[in-house]
Design a binder for this molecule. Structure first.
Ligand code: UT7
Length: 322
């Protein structure tokens, strides 16, 4: 028998307040035209009072559990990918655990910025396949609005807040056709200064603000995303032409178009949400996955590739048959 992690449900949660480019242009020296042309972003959600990474994560987790038809007590593992935790410690995953009323489970955060969700999925999948977990909540949740320098127009227009979650469950079958078929993670710490936060408990004792050299990140993103996608398809023994849906990290519509072109993938196979959510870091892949599941684009049997790249640099991808 082959033991795999299969997708049982998806969910998401967004802050109540939506902010258009035009609204942003009232306080930041920018324009709707510039943002749309350079990034494809039209809208983002910004967390208000009482909305935090953990509260959004809990909302997304509840929706994913509902879709899976499970109760919180069925979960024995929570991994939350975030770069904007509610507290430096303990892990925001434990706040989600408490909010869901789960008496005992494994709960921890993963910090890999925009590729955090891919890191979290890969760890959860390893634990499920090894027998260390049966049913996992894997969440990406961020409130980047709270670490943005709102005076820096080169970064503050690009990000938004939100959360996405999935439930993964162990399934044994003879053919192993369903579930996570392959995954691959990478990191290259030499690129720290291209995308980072200029503070932290052990250096400045402050939270810090996001800093990015956008153009250089852009160049690395296209190369790394195309190569890791090829890698996971080879690991799964499948050809890129078999992909039904590519669900990439949503940083910039131009990165998604360039990656699809490089891989000769039709743009209609790429799920695009950057227009409505902007870049929500670790939340962007599960938010896009949930949207395309709920609007009926993703159907049982479809072959999905999830992929992301972000600060570190870190990047990764996984192949999943639903
Ligand atoms: O999530 C992690 C991964 N992150 C990414 O993948 C982000 C990757 N990078 C990008 O998406 C793009 O590089 C950006 C969207 C960040 C920037 O786009 P770009 O086409 O590389 O623009 P640029 O940085 O070359 O800036 C072009 C011009 C500059 O003016 P000059 O020097 O040509 O006079 C900027 O000052 O646009 C100006 N500019 C703006 N103008 C209006 C920069 N930001 C803004 C703004 N509004 N918000």
């Amino acid at each position: 028998m082959i033991r795999r992690s299969v997708l049982l449900g998806t969910g998401s949660a967004l802050p109540v307040r939506a902010v258009s480019n035009a609204e942003l242009a009232q306080t930041v020296e920018t324009s709707d035209e510039w943002i749309v042309e350079r990034t494809g972003i039209r809208n983002r959600h910004i967390a208000g009072e009482g909305e935090t990474t953990a509260s959004l994560a809990t909302g997304a987790a509840r929706a994913a559990l509902d879709m899976a038809g499970l109760s919180p007590q069925d979960i024995d593992l929570i991994i939350l990918a975030t770069a904007t935790p509610d507290q430096t410690f303990p892990a925001s995953a434990t706040l989600v655990q408490a909010a869901l009323g789960i008496d005992d489970c494994v709960a921890f955060d993963v910090a890999a910025v925009c590729s955090g969700f891919l890191y979290a999925v890969t760890v959860a999948d390893s634990m499920i396949r090894s027998g260390a977990a049966q049913r996992a909540l894997v969440i990406g949740s961020e409130t980047f609005s709270r670490i943005l320098d709102w005076e820096d127009r080169t970064t503050c227009v690009l990000f938004g807040d939100g959360a996405g979650a999935i439930v993964l469950g162990a399934e044994e079958s003879t053919d192993g056709k369903r579930g996570i078929l392959s995954s691959k993670l990478h990191a290259d710490g030499r690129h720290n200064q291209l995308l980072y936060v200029d503070g932290g408990p052990s250096t400045t004792q402050t939270v810090g603000k996001l800093r990015m050299k956008g153009q250089e990140v852009f160049r690395h993103a296209v190369v790394n995303l195309a190569s890791v996608l090829t890698e996971v398809m080879e690991l799964a023994g499948l050809a890129p032409t078999e992909i039904d849906w590519l669900i990439p990290h949503q940083a910039n519509a131009r990165i998604l178009d360039a990656t699809a072109r490089k891989l000769k993938l039709s743009p209609d196979k790429v799920v695009m949400t950057v227009d409505r959510h902007a870049n929500t870091s670790a939340a962007s892949v599960p938010l896009a996955l949930d949207l395309a599941t709920r609007d009926g684009r993703i159907q049982p049997g479809d072959l999905l590739v999830l992929e992301a790249m972000g600060g570190g640099f870190t990047w990764g991808a996984c192949v999943l048959r639903v």
